[in-house]
Design a protein around this ligand. Sequence first.
Ligand code: NDP
Length: 800
Amino acid sequence: MDIVEILNTMEYGPAPEDRGPADTWLESHKRTFGHFIDGKWSAVKGGAHFETCNPATGEVLASIAQGGDKAVGDAVRAARRAQPGWAALGGAGRARHLYALARLVQKHARILAVLETLDNGKPIRESRDIDVPLVARHFYHHAGWAQLIEDEFPAHRPLGVIGQIVPWNFPLLMLAWKIAPALAAGNTVVLKPAEYTPLTALRFAEICAEAGLPAGVVNIVTGDGRTGALLVENEAVDKIAFTGSTEVGRIIRQKTAGSGKKLSLELGGKSPFIVFDDADLDSAVEGVVDAIWFNQGQVCCAGSRLLIQEGVAARFTEKLKARMETLRVGDPLDKCTDIGAIVDARQLDGINEIVGRSVAQGARLWQPAAPCPSTGIFYPPTLLEDVTTSSIAAQEEIFGPVLAVMTFRTPEEAVALANNTRYGLAASVWSENINLALGVAPAIKAGSVWINSTNMFDAAVGFGGYRQSGFGREGGREGMAEYLRPEPIPSAPKAVRAKDAAGKTKPISGVKRSSVAGPSVDRTAKLYIGGKQVRPDGGYSRPVPGADGAVLAEVGEGNRKDIRNAVEAARKAAAWGTVSGHGRAQILYYIAENLSARADEFARRLQAMGAMDAAAAEREVADTLTRLFYYAAWADKFDGAVHTPPIRGLALAVNEPVGILALSCPDGAPLLGFVSMLAPAIAMGNRVVITPSARHPLSATDFYQVLETSDVPAGVVNIVTGDQDVLAETLAAHEQVDGMWYFGAPAGMADVERLSAGNMKRTWVLDAGDCNFSDRRFGLGRRFLDHGVEVKNIWVPFGE
Ligand code: NDP
């Protein structure tokens, strides 16, 4: 092409990145890799291997070991051996190592970017300017957390060995998101990269060695999903941190149920990109480019649903199509490429399949004129117009450069459409009206909301999902907490529920009336649902034993129908989540006042149930009052944070209620345990369905009257007595319950975790034997508030 032609067309020429150093590195390993375990490469001879390829050309880049039982076992053992020494280094010692890793990532930034692009197919501009700088930022930021950890997380300790499984879309960045906080907290790790993209993780292993990281602190085991499954099943692993599809996340939730492993899941999304009619349309068009064509749309939080206000829909799509015509699809190593290759032929098949089905369902397909390269795995930027709410294009993650377009008329409709998905990872809101944008942000169920921006990430700002986009956060303070556990508190005596051989709560038998019951007035406590005392659906009641073992009273035997009614009542009380912290505090103070007026009666009841002696009962009521005042005090103070990421703007970390919480109380401390769970949950704006101690339920049923006289709105607190473990199964499986705290028996803990996988509700399970509510180090504190909120980060860039 001569200069006149160039000036006439203004076409970009090719600007290829040099891949020489990456090839030299691959050759230095003879393009064959073992695992990196205990600071050494495992033997490459023998054993199963698979190939990793460049999706832009099909060339084989290297042969990679398929990790089996032995490799996973060796890696976990190496990590276990290394962990005490790593923790003993102390925060400052670990900070030096993390800082060295950050420095070396910067030093080797270019080869890491090139390897990432070769292996994954993403444009070099993205791997060079986004992925790798964010990796370095993550290690720097967490070097800081290591330094501060003893002060900022007192009375906490590392979990131990962490199994980490990452996907192929951001191979090195996801590695950094997982490894940096884990190491900062004093854990050691075994990480499995995705089968399609193992190379940067292997290069990172060498960086660990170069940084002088002690052997066994970071172990990399390669392989496909089977290797990941072995890591999940390994009993010596203390936590699994997973990023990937919701389907595999669900399998992992089920497999780890009852194992005691901590779990964080960062799963799929179908994020809305909302354009209001007063938006800066040209900026919003650029936003769409970043939202759905960044990394070929293979982004969990990709803005894959474009919701445009009707009045500007035609103009906006016209501008968007014009912009799409200019997007360059091609060689990922070319610095002028906008859209690179799809990671693998199987992924391309998946995209083709969903697009085909969407078109069959009536969506109109539009693609720009320029053809894709004829070799390699490419897919053009694509619009699907006339998409209906139930279309597969609106509901399923396509994970490709495909945008589903829909329109709306009002902000309310935009929010309804935005939330019309099982996911809740992210959202973008475009409007020049700050009141509108900041008004819509809290109404969208998503972990990140970007105002007039999209796909922004920073190590200081937590990232993670609501609903079926998973739980737990990566980055920020809340991300650090995922890798720590509180120091254990000595157990309370006799705090375990009576269990029969099948692991279910023992029914109480006998009809003899207790002599401690006072005058024999037969009163059967009902259930408390929707602000009313109601008879149990089944019409049955269960006897409650007194101190002498004979029957003291009876309470309703709640069943699955009662639970459904209670959840429905809680659903209708959604306005509680929007009551101000001050308003919620007032109600909690009122509850405390009304309980205080009846303190003697509650103490006597505790004694009569045989739960404790007179002195302990008085203490329990006094402690309960303190707890109510404590959480009332917190209701308007547990505020979240304002982050200052490296942009011109802020990220507002807002604590939002989880939603409907199911609370299953232990037998020990029947009143104090009940209130210690109830009070923080409602203080944070949750509505609760609570099943009190089956053995000593009368403190809870007496509490109805306190609630009734304290202006608690109907449906905010619902109490269902009965066999807690049977009720817990219904609650854990219920699609409209958003979270569950179960403090009970190990068999029940496993059931709750397994059944929660249906809608991926957040669970907090504790062995009742470890629940020492009378010890304030266990029974009160920020931990209960943390479990009562989801952190939403609202990004607000500013400036003209
Ligand atoms: P997966 O969820 O299958 O893979 C994520 C990681 O988990 C990979 O390392 C994978 O190994 C591993 N894995 C697979 N099966 C198991 C298992 N049973 N136990 C433990 N680990 C396992 O995602 P895919 O890569 O297959 O992508 C499929 C779809 O998932 C995409 O089309 C997309 O919709 C979604 N996805 C979402 C991501 C997100 O960030 N939210 C990221 C990636 C995908 P390996 O890849 O080696 O088989």
